[in-house]
Design a protein around this ligand. Sequence first.
Ligand SMILES: NC(=O)c1ccc[n+]([C@@H]2O[C@H](COP(=O)([O-])OP(=O)(O)OC[C@H]3O[C@@H](n4cnc5c(N)ncnc54)[C@H](O)[C@@H]3O)[C@@H](O)[C@H]2O)c1
Length: 336
Amino acid sequence: MGKLDGKVALVTGAGRGIGRGIALLMAQEGASVLVNDLGASLDGAGIDQGPAATVAREIEDLGGKAAKNTESVADYAAAEAMIQQAVDELGGLDIVVNCAGILRDRMIFNMSYDEWKPVLDVHLKGTFNICRWASVRFREQRYGRIINMTSNSALGAPGQPNYAAAKAGITGLTLTCANGLARYNVTANAIMPSGWTRMIDSIPRMVEQFKDQGKMPSEIAEGTEKDPKHVAPLATFLATEEAAHVNGHLFGSFGYNYVLMSQPKVIKTLRSEHRLSVDELVEWIPKAFSPELEEITSDPGVSQAIEALPDGEWFEVRPGIRYWGSRLEPYGELTW
Ligand SMILES: NC(=O)c1ccc[n+]([C@@H]2O[C@H](COP(=O)([O-])OP(=O)(O)OC[C@H]3O[C@@H](n4cnc5c(N)ncnc54)[C@H](O)[C@@H]3O)[C@@H](O)[C@H]2O)c1
């Protein structure tokens, strides 16, 4: 028995990388999968029917049921047609996973509108398009699962203003879907994924690091901690009936770590009985909001932060499985 028996999933950008891993695992767990992929190059140019067709075939070879779609998620009408295709060819739609993505990295002061817009179109508009049309069906049938890929880069990656804005937008969109659709038994969650795919091959630091090795990160990731397939179990969990109570959360998948991220919270407030003047703020803001005010926010490295967690703060729940929590007080009192 698979965890997704009888369900139908649409996975966008499923022809490669993280989306491919999710499509394959969801199929192994019993879902019929509509494999969407435009087959674009990393910067969004070009079309290739191959990636979607290959993954659909891989699913069928494993004994699963699949259909392929090679339209762009950035096309509003094509997104509506995708939902209809899932219904017509696979018998319904229960799960959407938004993985389609492109990059056009540039510092803000050099970014052209032609670098800004297509990235927003594929990530933010594309995720909206799929959520928009899927939610009509999910609301009618009183069931649905939305799983959106955001990114660590949304926390402030300096060379990715377009991508960071789109991914931060996807988080807002996901939380809105979670709140707006909860009454219809629909959940929406976002994942900050990771994995050595062609997206990682394009990072200048990686190009430098791998230039003498003859192979790029994506070519050596399989079977290692950097394998993009590691995102798939988390995405698949969020799609299960068992995850009905998990709604409106931001997760991370970093190597063998699955992470629950905090969401912005009030951490300090300065309150007075009148409107404070600028002079008063010059005096009081540093006093009231330090030391957090001095913290550097330009490093978005969640995986580095995980790596830096002290060994002694991890709690071994069973051999090979460890847990760390910021609110983990007396380890011994945890029940699992
Ligand atoms: N790889 C990482 O470490 C990482 C980190 C953070 C976020 N992400 C996000 O995860 C998702 C998957 O990334 P990946 O690393 O697997 O990338 P990838 O380039 O390997 O795969 C993305 C796929 O999306 C497809 N695509 C592009 N534009 C499309 C469109 N308009 N319509 C349909 N399909 C389209 C591409 O053809 C490609 O096959 C993306 O949203 C990415 O932003 C990845």
